[in-house]
Design a protein. Structure first.
Length: 390
C-alpha cells in the first residue's frame, strides 16, 4: 500500500499541544509549528482501525492488558533489532518522563547525582531537579558535524553518580550510538556502580546507513545493569495514548521497580494503549518504512535549501528520527535574539537549543515529521527573516 505523507491534516482545535498550545508557550498563535516531537502524519491505518473497532463496542469499563501486547513487543524487538526479550521482562509505564521520575524515586535518595550528556532531552534535567537530585553533566563534543562522547570526562563524572540517563538514539542531535560507544559506557558504569537508564524512544527510526543497538544488547554487564525505556509513540505518532513500557533483564531490579509501580497502580495500561501498540508492531512496518523514506527526503530537502539559500546556517544531519538540530551560531545572535528571530521575524515555532543544556546555545530544534509543503513554508519564512537580518 502507498501511504500519503503529503496530506495536510488540520490539527487546530483538536486539543493538540503542537498547535493549540502555541499561545501558552510562545505568546502567539500566528506561528508555523515545527517544535514538539510528534508528527503531522496520520497514524497507520492499522492503529486507527483497531481503535475504531474498540470505540464502536461502546463500553469502556475496567480492562485487562490486550493479550497481543507483549507478544507483539517481543516479536518487534527481535525482528527489528535482533534483541531477544522475554514477556515477563516487559512492564507497562505511562510515559518515558514519568518513568524517569519513578526510577529516581526507587533507586536514589534526595541529593544523589544523576549523569546526563547535554545538549540532551530537557526533561532529564527538569525531572532530576524536581526530584531534588543533582544533575551532573558530561557535555557531548561536536566533532565534524556529529556529537561524540568525551570518555575521560564521562568516567570522572560517572564516579560521582548513582544513575546515568542515556539518550539512545540521541535527542536532539540524532546520533545513533555505536556498539563500541555503548560498550565503553557500560563498562565505566559497571566499574562505578552506576545504574543505566536507556531512553530508546527513537530507536525504531534509524535512517539509511544506520542501525540502532539496544544498550542491553552489548553484553551481559550492560543487560544486568540497565533499565530500558521504550514506546511506539514517536514511531507511529501515538504519543497521546501514553503507551510506554520498560524492559529489565535483571531480576532484582525488575522486581523492585515492578513492586513500586504495582503498589501505586502505575503499572496498568488504559484501554486503548496496548491495543494500539499491538496493532502498530504487528501491522505497521510497511507504513514505518515509507514514513522514514519521506522524512529522509525532507532532511535532504532542508539540507540543500540551507546550503543554497541560507549558507550561514548549518544543521546536524540526524542519523535517526525526524528531529534536526539547526546550527545558527554563525548569525552571532544571543539566545534571546535567536528566539525573537524565529518567533517574531520568521513566525516559526521551534525548540530553543539552550533548553537542551550546555552546548545548545545558538541552536534550535526543528521537527521535520510533516508534509513537504509545511517544511517548504517554514524554510521560506526563515529565509525571509534571514535575508532581512543580513
Amino acid at each position: 500500500m502507498k501511504y500519503n505523507f503529503d496530506e495536510s491534516v488540520i490539527r487546530h482545535n483538536t486539543d493538540c499541544i503542537k498547535y493549540d498550545a502555541l499561545q501558552e508557550f510562545y505568546g502567539t498563535e500566528d506561528l508555523l509549528p515545527m517544535w514538539i516531537a510528534d508528527m503531522d502524519f496520520k497514524s497507520p491505518p492499522c492503529v486507527t482501525e483497531v481503535l475504531r473497532r474498540r470505540v464502536e463496542h461502546e463500553i469502556y469499563g475496567y480492562s485487562v492488558v490486550n493479550a497481543q501486547w507483549k507478544p507483539a513487543i517481543v516479536n518487534w524487538l527481535l525482528r527489528r533489532h535482533g534483541w531477544h526479550v522475554e514477556e515477563y521482562e516487559i512492564g507497562f509505564v505511562g510515559g518515558i518522563v514519568p518513568a524517569l521520575a519513578f526510577v529516581l524515586e526507587v533507586f536514589t535518595e534526595v541529593g544523589d547525582k544523576v549523569l546526563m550528556q547535554p545538549p540532551v532531552y530537557h526533561p532529564y534535567n527538569f525531572v532530576t531537579r524536581d526530584m531534588q537530585r543533582e544533575p551532573v553533566i558530561n557535555p557531548l563534543l561536536l566533532v565534524d558535524g556529529q556529537y561524540q562522547i568525551d570518555f575521560d570526562d564521562f568516567e570522572q563524572k560517572a564516579s560521582q553518580c548513582k544513575i546515568f540517563f542515556l539518550c539512545n538514539p540521541h535527542n536532539p542531535g540524532g546520533r545513533v550510538w555505536t556498539p563500541d560507544e555503548l560498550t565503553r559506557m557500560a563498562q565505566i558504569c559497571v566499574r562505578h556502580n552506576v545504574l543505566v537508564v536507556s531512553d530508546e524512544i527513537h530507536c525504531d527510526m534509524p535512517l539509511k546507513g544506520y542501525k540502532h543497538t539496544p544498550f542491553a544488547m552489548v553484553g551481559d554487564i550492560a543487560a544486568q545493569n540497565c533499565i530500558t525505556l521504550m514506546a511506539a509513540s514517536k514511531t507511529f505518532n501515538i504519543a497521546g495514548l501514553k503507551s510506554s513500557y520498560h524492559i529489565i533483564h535483571n531480576t532484582a531490579l525488575r522486581e523492585q521497580f515492578a513492586r513500586y509501580l504495582r503498589h501505586r497502580e502505575l503499572d496498568t495500561a488504559h484501554l486503548f494503549a496496548t491495543e494500539a501498540v499491538a496493532a502498530a508492531y504487528t501491522h505497521g512496518e510497511e507504513w514505518l518504512g515509507q514514513m522514514l523514506e519521506y522524512v529522509e527526503a525532507n532532511i535532504d530537502y532542508m539540507q540543500e535549501y540551507i546550503r543554497v539559500h541560507m549558507p550561514r546556517l548549518g544543521m546536524i544531519r540526524p542519523q535517526a528520527s525526524y528531529l534536526v538540530f539547526l546550527d545558527a551560531r554563525a548569525l552571532q545572535l544571543s539566545d534571546e535574539e535567536l528566539a525573537r528571530f524565529f518567533i517574531q521575524e520568521a513566525r516559526v515555532a521551534v525548540n530553543p537549543g539552550a533548553l537542551f543544556g550546555e552546548g545548545g546555545s545558538g541552536f534550535v530544534r526543528m521537527n521535520l515529521g510533516c508534509p513537504r509543503s509545511t517544511l517548504q513554508s517554514a524554510l521560506h519564512r526563515i529565509k525571509v527573516a534571514y535575508d532581512k537580518l543580513l
